[in-house]
Design a protein around this ligand. Structure first.
Ligand code: OSB
Ligand code: MG
Length: 369
């Protein structure tokens, strides 16, 4: 398969409500959608980097430039034999995993279309529906959080993840547990604590949490291992697992008893699968996290969650939970048992609406190879 052309679109979608992890508040999502044209096929991919380098080092601005100037040229006149070969082509580019993933996933779309298979089957997925949960940003008051939790439980999400940071943690957990003593609950700190907060971090053990996600520095593995010795609640790493080696180091140091694998953060589906299989060989279960992807990016997240070792509920949601509108025609919803069905359509599984894509496109650049 040879790529002839790549279109890079900056697309802006409005959120239903502001979303606040510890590091920023998002009101809308400025994303990069790529269209890869190859041998009569079109594959879609998404780079979900944020507008600021506050989650990790990437930004949507930088990713666009890196794809245009450095990633696209590597594909010129290359006959790609398998989607598993794509990361190898990009291996000399340091990091920039979100940018790499946009192109890599679009190539998976094309190969699974050409094989006449739904992506999840082509990837080797073993289940046709995946467990889902919701991620709730930091709220102004504990009461507001309790109300949001109730709304999402009513909607069908049975696993709730709450964003926390120092000062917005114990009181909030007290309030949620007072009303909902038995729900499946977990927290995500997005690197807002240090070991100086050890006393507070130990208190998390009192709330029967499924896991604590990325409490310490975004690029730290060693101190997470030290912290785990003081906690009963399993530590789950997100930000600092970008490569298979990161996963090996984290498991070796007992810094991650669970791993949140984001397709985009690890540079695409082949690496997500490799990390998941390695973790499985060590008895470490994984789940799929997200970066507030549009429904195009979510298609790949959903497919990844069908792999065998995705044993925990994933941060996946119905197409209208975060965004006022979508980019695909085939909307999907959460079932009553907090699952989402895998699409049986060939390729990534959801037909892109060109009308909507054009409507929300802020700028478009065509790169011919
Ligand atoms: O840390 O998981 C995170 C959103 C933006 C950046 C980081 C994170 C998140 C989420 C949203 O928690 C989860 C999702 O997209 O489903
Ligand atoms: Mg996280």
């Amino acid at each position: 398969m040879k790529i002839q052309e790549i279109k890079l679109r900056r697309v802006k979608l409005e959120l239903v409500a502001p979303f606040a992890p510890s590091f920023a508040t998002l009101y809308d999502k400025d994303v990069l959608i790529v269209e890869v044209y190859a041998d009569g096929y079109v594959g879609y991919g998404e780079c979900p980097a944020l507008s600021w380098p506050l989650y990790n080092e990437e930004t949507v601005w930088g990713a666009q430039l890196v794809i245009e100037e450095f990633i696209a040229p590597l594909l010129k006149n290359i006959d790609i034999k398998s989607p598993y070969d794509v990361s190898e082509l990009f291996k000399n580019i340091r990091r920039n995993f979100f940018a790499r993933s946009a192109i890599e996933t679009a190539i998976w779309d094309i190969f699974s279309q050409a094989a006449h298979k739904p992506l999840y089957q082509y990837l080797g997925g073993v289940r046709d529906k995946v467990k889902v949960g919701i991620s709730i940003g930091i709220q102004k008051t504990p009461d507001e959080l309790v109300k949001k939790v109730g709304d999402f439980l009513d909607f069908g999400y049975s696993r709730i993840k709450i964003k926390v940071e120092p000062g917005f943690d114990i009181q909030y957990l007290d309030a949620v547990r007072a009303k909902y003593p038995n729900i499946e609950l977990q927290v995500d700190a997005n690197s807002s604590y240090t070991l100086e907060h050890l006393d507070i971090l130990k208190e998390f053990d009192n709330y029967n949490l499924a896991l604590i996600e990325q409490p310490l520095e975004w690029d730290d593995i060693i101190y997470h291992g030290k912290l785990q010795k003081h906690l009963k609640t399993p530590i789950c790493l997100d930000e600092c697992i970008d490569t298979l080696d990161d996963a090996k180091n984290a498991i070796e140091l007992d810094a991650a008893r669970i791993i949140n694998i984001k397709v985009a953060r690890v540079g695409g589906l082949a690496n997500a699968k490799a990390i998941s299989e390695y973790a499985q060989s060590k008895g470490v279960g994984v789940w799929c996290g997200g970066m507030l992807e549009t429904d195009i990016g979510q298609a790949y997240n959903i497919a990844s969650a069908s792999l065998e070792n995705y044993v925990y509920a994933n941060d996946l949601m119905s197409s209208y939970t975060y965004f006022k509108d979508n980019l695909t025609i085939d909307e999907y919803d959460v079932n009553k048992d907090s699952t989402i069905d895998l699409s049986k359509r060939e390729g990534m599984g959801y037909r892109v609406s060109l009308e909507k894509l054009n409507k929300y496109t802020q700028s478009l650049k065509t790169v011919r190879l």
